[in-house]
Design a binder for this molecule. Structure first.
Ligand SMILES: *Cc1c(COP(=O)(O)O)cnc(C)c1O
Length: 363
């Protein structure tokens, strides 16, 4: 049996009629940029994230970039962030002319090790940009304490973690701004690129709204240097429809993760580690194996999709070298392997993946 790493077809087919109807309404209406449909989805996202406000933007990368700018990060500032993430996390900092200062991650959760943050704080540090990697919330209570003590802003990278909670506190609402991506492979994905900044700060909200539309306060007055970074109406209506199913899809991901955990018990590999009280949304289900490359090849030769996120930590990328060694990130980049986890996987497919892994270790 073939198990693709990711497959949107079943999910999309199930709601295709509704999707086409929503798209048709926009086609007939011809209002393609901003307006009430985008505002409606912004309102729903703010409600979902338990923040007061939300602004739709063109991508998750732009959400990070604009949220950092709106939080007051400027050229020459330093922003503390983990090196074990997608490159966009650090890129967003560099776009501003600020410098990402990498703090190594925790080997169990893959998230920034909050105990190592304070030693990297300098007089130039302006913000902390934690990533809730793979759908697992970072240790926000510690991060918030540190931010408060040193008067730092917090911008959360929630691209992989929509709906993730820790002790009933939802990600995106735990800092000054929360940044989401609607790239098709995220837990809530659109049919192209899209992103969102959620916040309860009126100031950040106003600033991001200006920044996404050329820095204007209205059609004729431009007060700051802005960008063209809006969430399309077509994407907003698709997302509004899909948001209704998100909880159901998240529960399916969590069920699959629990099934994998059970089926992989006793093998010489590490299954995902959840912090106490944490509600992980499993954008990825990532195991660690000291024989990762051989295991990956074995699974692929058995028609089972699997991927490495991320084979090269950001601090080792050409544009970000010279920040010294970060031993945990450097170690786990050689051990992590993500298995198929999308909601529509069947029990039989999960058993197939787990069975193949078991067979690999028996050889
Ligand atoms: C996907 C992702 C982004 C960027 O989102 P885009 O919408 O692709 O720009 C940023 N950070 C993380 C952790 C991501 O996974």
């Amino acid at each position: 049996m073939k198990v693709p790493f990711f497959d949107l077809r079943v999910q999309t087919q199930k709601i295709k009629d509704q999707l086409l109807r929503a798209i048709e309404e926009v086609v007939d209406d011809t209002g393609f940029i901003l307006g009430p449909r985008v505002e409606q989805f912004e309102k729903l996202m703010a409600e979902f994230c338990r923040t007061r406000l939300a602004v739709g933007v063109a991508s998750g990368t732009d959400a990070l970039h604009l949220a950092l700018l709106a939080s007051g990060v400027g050229p020459g500032d330093e922003v503390i962030t983990p090196p074990f993430s997608f490159i966009a996390t650090a890129e967003a900092i560099s776009y501003i002319g600020a410098r990402p200062v990498f703090v190594d991650v925790d080997e169990g959760t893959f998230n920034i090790n909050a105990d190592l943050i304070e030693e990297k704080i300098t007089s130039k540090t302006k913000a902390i940009l934690p990533v809730h990697l793979y759908g697992q919330p970072a240790d926000m209570s510690k991060i918030r304490r540190i931010a408060e003590k040193h008067s730092l802003k917090i911008v959360e990278d929630c691209a992989q973690s929509i709906g993730a909670k820790i002790n009933d506190q939802i990600v995106g609402s735990l800092g000054d701004a929360g940044c989401f991506s609607f790239f098709p492979t995220k837990n809530l994905g659109c049919f192209g690129d899209g992103g969102m900044v959620v916040t309860s700060s009126q100031e950040i909200y106003q600033k991001v709204k200006m920044l996404r539309s050329h820095g204007g306060i209205n059609r004729d007055d431009y007060e700051i240097l802005g960008f063209n970074s809006r969430l399309d109406v077509l994407q907003a209506v698709i997302l509004e429809l899909k948001l209704k199913y998100l909880d159901e899809w998240t529960q399916a991901r969590r069920k699959h993760a629990a099934d994998y955990n059970n089926l992989l018990k006793g093998l010489p590999l590490a299954t995902p580690f959840e912090l106490k009280g944490s509600y992980c949304v499993y954008n990825q289900y990532t195991i660690k194996s000291s024989e990762r490359d051989r295991l990956m090849e074995y699974l692929r030769s058995n028609d089972i999709g699997c991927m490495v996120y991320y084979p090269k930590s950001i601090h080792l990328q050409k544009i970000y070298q010279n920040q010294g060694s970060l031993p945990v990130s450097e170690k786990i980049q050689n051990e992590v392997l993500s298995l198929p986890i999308y909601p529509e996987l069947t029990r039989l497919q999960i058993e197939t993946v787990a069975g193949a892994i078991r067979k690999f270790y028996q050889k």
